[in-house]
Design a protein around this ligand. Structure first.
Ligand SMILES: C[S@@+](CC[C@H](N)C(=O)[O-])C[C@H]1O[C@@H](n2cnc3c(N)ncnc32)[C@H](O)[C@@H]1O
Length: 299
């Protein structure tokens, strides 16, 4: 496994992370939403890789390297599936199809896999080694995978800053799957730098509401306010908020024709989107008061 030079560095936690740790209950990291999240994410990357392959094949000026940034790549120890492996499996299948069915040179890729937890990263590294040993038999293809994967330990916000000066023409996905509150500042910066990269966020809407209303947390904005500050024109999201934490999978894109997927199929600007955002942004108490207000209108 090739490791980027930065792998050896430890970037340390931001002081605010300690605040967020207080705001999010410790311990339970797996919920009934976790297996569904894995299925949804695999479906998203599968569709996305195929879309980008078609684009780079059609337009010569495009950057032919598919970039995948996983800001939270450490797998849940209890689960066999994880985001980074799902991506690697999909890119492997896609490269095979490109070579044999479409008789073309497969699209190159770069996977930057970041996590701050040493044990989780070791687990990921082992899983990838096993995947390469069992699923990627061809030595040339194995070398491509080894050369294209960077596993980096440290704080994702600090590490991502090192990647803010690549080609603005590049395509791919940045995936952010935090335990609690998303790091919106770095997502906003990334969105501005890379107009053609799409951002996939597994968003814990419940935590954003809690931190917004808490005096001890640094977040002072609603989800809607954060979304409005992202330099992306469209959002496609899942059609339900999952569990009491209200997990919502969202794709931020500038592409007006982004296809609706099997699981992620609600488009911003529609009434369905407004309904989901209403529940995602307002607390139960606010919704209760709003409902009473609506009833009073008809008295
Ligand atoms: C929900 S888990 C990620 C699960 C993974 N995406 C999967 O599909 O299996 C969140 C991960 O984010 C990591 N993490 C949390 N804060 C981080 C930070 N500031 N920088 C890097 N990694 C972080 C945790 O160590 C944990 O492994």
């Amino acid at each position: 496994m090739t490791k980027n030079k930065t792998t050896q560095q430890w970037y340390g936690l931001f002081p605010e992370e300690k605040l967020n740790a207080v705001c999010f209950p410790a311990g339970k990291h797996i919920s009934s939403a976790t297996p569904i999240k894995q299925e949804v994410f695999k479906d998203i990357t599968n569709t996305h890789i195929n879309i980008v392959y078609n684009i780079v094949n059609k337009y010569e000026w495009t950057n032919r390297i598919y970039h995948y940034f996983d800001l939270n790549a450490g797998p849940e120890p209890e689960l066999d599936v994880c985001s980074a492996l799902s991506f690697l499996e999909n890119i492997k299948e896609s490269r095979k199809k490109q070579r044999y069915r479409y008789k073309s040179q497969p699209m190159e890729f770069k996977a930057v896999l970041i996590d701050k937890d040493d044990n989780r990263l070791k687990d990921l590294s082992n899983r990838i080694d096993k995947f390469l040993e069992i699923k990627v038999k061809d030595p040339k293809e194995k070398k491509v995978f080894n050369d294209s994967i960077d596993i980096i330990r440290g704080n994702n916000e600090k590490i991502l800053k090192d990647y803010m000066a690549l080609s603005r023409n590049m395509y791919g996905i940045l995936y952010h799957d935090p335990f609690g509150e998303p790091s919106f500042d770095i997502l906003k910066e990334f969105a501005k730098h890379y107009p053609r990269m799409d951002i996939v966020l597994n968003c814990n809407c419940g935590t954003i509401k809690r931190t917004k209303n808490s005096a001890t947390c640094k977040n002072s904005k609603t989800l809607k306010e954060h979304i409005d500050e992202m330099s992306k024109d469209h959002i496609v999201c899942s059609n339900k908020l999952r569990t009491c934490w209200q997990w919502l999978m969202m794709i931020f894109t500038n592409w007006d024709k982004y296809p609706r997927g099997r699981y992620v199929n609600v488009i911003s600007g529609t009434s369905e989107w407004d309904n989901i955002m209403f529940k995602a942004v307002h607390t139960n108490e606010e919704i209760r008061k709003w409902n009473i207000g609506q009833l009073n209108l008809f008295k």
